[in-house]
Design a protein around this ligand. Structure first.
Ligand code: NAD
Length: 284
């Protein structure tokens, strides 16, 4: 039975994954690379917990200090030897992910399961790095994690049926709805979403419409709750760019080439909500 979960990467996704798990009684070891990142994660968890209490009935009874007590914040792999499940959420960059899985294979027990939270990176490729590739699975969480039921679960080439069943059961234990798909770059969600967002950025670059009007068309015309450019800001422009580069590299198809405006905005540090500015402005 899973009781303790290791969460690697405490950014937008990792800190919310940790918060969500802690709300459901799991013990969490949350690791990032610097004290500064860990401090930011703690702040984000506090803020997100307050928002969560306002909107999610299950969270209303919980106290922030109890939730925080279940999360051990760390910059090392101490504590990973006893985790039964790892959810990795580090930056969408193959070389970095590769280094982390080498470290995890040494830090964790042989029976641990590994869930890769990625937008586009191949689960099969990650599995091939590990001594037990059958224990590696993809879990593409949606943002913001505590508010979204869907998790796109990706079965890599080596992922066993037992790992898929265990992963699904684990996700259901904290009220997620898993949808299992096969491993192909971008899976279903991001193969389509990244293309849509990128095309909207091209439309802005070409002067077809301003960002607010592009999004308005999707909200009012197609019933989307949020427009593609606001979604881009929420996900992070750097993550969108990295995902497009992975898709471009994987399919060798020019339709995935990142729009120069997106590259320019990332170079300028306009990363979306997390930096305070993207296609729209946000209060810090
Ligand atoms: P982010 O940039 O907000 O956070 C990444 C975190 O990983 C940072 O805090 C960074 O310091 C940390 N990190 C980098 N190298 C590390 C290492 N070696 N060890 C520990 N921590 C390390 O990124 P994010 O938006 O949270 O995305 C994380 C993953 O989730 C990516 O693979 C992304 O594609 C995927 N994802 C993102 C979203 C989204 O909406 N942002 C949605 C679904 C999936």
């Amino acid at each position: 039975m899973i009781q303790t979960v290791g969460v690697v990467g405490a950014g937008v996704m990792g800190s919310d994954v940790a918060l969500d798990l802690a709300c459901y009684g799991y013990e969490v070891v949350l690791k990032d690379i610097s004290e500064d990142a860990v401090r930011r994660a703690k702040e984000k968890i506090r803020t997100d917990f307050r928002l969560l209490k306002m909107v999610k009935p299950q969270a209303k009874q919980l106290a922030l200090e109890d939730v925080l007590d279940r999360i051990a914040f760390t910059t090392s792999y101490d504590g990973f030897g006893r985790v039964q499940f790892v959810i990795e959420n580090i930056t969408e960059d193959w070389e970095r992910k590769k280094a982390v899985y080498t470290e995890l294979s040494e830090a964790c027990g042989i029976d641990a399961y590994f869930a890769v939270n990625t937008s586009c990176i191949s689960i099969t490729k990650v599995g091939a790095l590990m001594p037990r590739p059958d224990k590696v699975i993809g879990m593409h969480f949606m943002n913001p994690v505590p508010m979204k039921e869907l998790v796109e679960v990706i079965r890599g080439e080596h992922t066993s049926d037992e790992t898929v069943a265990c992963g699904e059961q684990f996700l259901r234990s904290f009220d997620k709805v898993p949808v299992v798909v096969n491993d192909f770059p971008g899976f279903v969600t991001n193969r389509v979403l990244m293309l849509t967002i990128n095309e909207c950025v091209w439309a802005v670059q070409d002067g077809v419409a301003e960002p607010q009007d592009v999004d308005k068309i999707f909200r009012l015309g197609f019933g989307h709750k949020m427009g593609p450019l606001a979604t881009c800001d929420l996900i992070g422009l750097d993550t969108i760019l990295n995902s497009l580069l992975v898709l471009y590299d994987s399919y060798k198809d020019p339709k995935f080439r990142p729009c120069p405006l997106l590259v320019k905005m990332v170079d300028a540090g306009y990363l979306g909500k997390k930096s305070g500015k993207g296609f729209f402005d946000y209060d810090k």
